[in-house]
Design a protein around this ligand. Structure first.
Ligand SMILES: NC(=O)c1ccc[n+]([C@@H]2O[C@H](COP(=O)([O-])OP(=O)(O)OC[C@H]3O[C@@H](n4cnc5c(N)ncnc54)[C@H](OP(=O)(O)O)[C@@H]3O)[C@@H](O)[C@H]2O)c1
Length: 363
């Protein structure tokens, strides 16, 4: 049963998706004599902890109850009020999905609470808990955003038709998946041509939940995007950052800034904006996760620079042909199969008519 309760904690932790970054997603369940008596989750950055929420929400006394939390909380011996709250709740055993990866907090909950008579057990559904908070773990360890790529392609490996048309390659169901990914991440990135050809909004559109829009990041070396582009319509709910060269024309820069978008200027290296530098600077801006949506040239730059962590691909049962139709990862490409970028822990699922493939870049 412990796995079932932890699975529920994971499920409800997702309620904080898009609102807790750069903190982890956390869900908590209180169980007593085999009954679930309380549940709670971390709702937004700086809000009450999930386990406190769960204990407060409990419908009967939590004395002698058990608490399930998907990730070890940041706990230190100085957190007197938190420790007193847990002691006063009467909880006798705590199950954790994974250790907190932050140095100084790893394993602290057991160290602190076991002396006070509360048993703490780690690693219940560890792998699933680690996947839920892969963004958090990466950001804590590296200080740069966790990078996802996702593209939709036809069965014959095309990102768009020869005229650049890509609306829509995948089914409505897989498009919904895109919006869940947008909800989860702190930033979404596309290249300049995608803005020109598709004029995307890059906002999150999901029914029945409160929306969180990621920061829209557009790579545009000299700011050559139409000023009436959807991504340059900025307001309190949706912001845009243009990543440009330090050589961008001053007039162009002023025009872009006048739309409300911000500009991040980076030194060119061999005519390109180095992605390693881009993610470093985004990390410094508290961006813990970046979803690169395309197109072909931008994805090539991202893979060449080695910043990608996780790949999603929606493969649609359509064939469009055309030697000039763009493929997902452009650039020069590799010479020998031996040099291919390899993926590990691959899996797939059928979504609508499409197959969504998932894998991690092997280090
Ligand atoms: N099916 C899908 O999931 C999907 C998703 C997105 C887009 N698309 C399609 O993809 C097509 C657009 O792809 P695309 O390859 O033409 O355009 P793109 O990748 O959106 O943008 C290309 C631009 O980005 C620049 N760029 C790339 N890496 C750079 C770097 N490191 N530094 C500075 N600039 C960099 C390129 O400059 P250089 O020329 O100097 O390299 C080029 O000007 C459209 O047809 C769109 O519909 C499909």
């Amino acid at each position: 049963m412990n796995e079932v309760y932890m699975d529920m904690a994971i499920e409800i932790a997702n309620g904080g998706s898009g609102f807790v970054n750069p903190d982890p997603l956390v869900g908590a369940i209180v169980v007593k004599e085999g009954r679930i008596i309380g549940q709670g989750y971390y709702k937004a950055y700086g809000c009450e902890k999930a386990e406190i929420d769960a204990i407060k929400n409990s419908v009967e006394s939590t004395k002698d109850g058990e608490l399930f939390i998907n990730i070890e909380p940041e706990l230190s011996i100085e957190d007197k009020s938190y420790i007193d709250f847990i002691l006063n709740s009467g909880i006798k055993k705590i199950y954790l999905g994974m250790e907190n990866p932050k140095s100084g907090f790893k394993g602290q909950m057991r160290k602190i609470l076991s002396h006070l008579g509360i048993e703490v057990v780690y690693n219940i559904l560890k792998e699933k808990c680690e996947e839920l908070n892969e963004i958090y773990t990466h950001y804590v360890n590296k200080g740069t955003p966790y990078v996802f790529t996702k593209w939709a392609m036809t069965l014959d490996g095309k990102l768009a038709s020869r005229t650049g048309d890509s609306k829509w390659i995948s089914s409505e169901k897989s498009l919904e998946f895109v919006h869940y990914l947008r909800q989860r991440v702190a930033a979404i990135m596309v290249g300049e041509n995608t803005v020109k050809v598709d004029n995307p909004l890059l906002t999150t559109r999901l029914k029945g939940i409160t929306i969180s829009n990621p920061l829209r990041v557009i790579v545009s070396k000299y700011g050559d995007i139409p000023l009436d582009s959807n991504v340059l319509k900025v307001d309190d709910n949706v912001k845009t950052l243009i990543v440009a060269s330090t050589k961008i024309d001053e007039k162009k820069e002023k025009e872009i800034i006048s739309t409300g978008a911000e500009i991040l200027k980076i030194e060119e290296v061999d005519g390109k904006l180095p992605f390693k530098e881009i993610v470093k600077l985004l990390g410094e801006k508290n961006i813990d996760s970046l979803y690169i949506e395309g197109g072909s040239s931008l994805l090539a730059s991202a893979f060449e620079s080695g910043i990608v962590n996780k790949v999603y691909v929606a493969i649609a049962p359509k064939i469009i042909g055309g030697q000039n139709a763009v493929t997902p990862v452009g650039g020069l490409g590799i010479e020998k199969m031996n040099d291919a970028i390899r993926l590990k822990k691959v899996s797939h699922e059928i979504v609508g008519d499409d197959v969504i493939f998932k894998g991690y870049i092997a280090e």
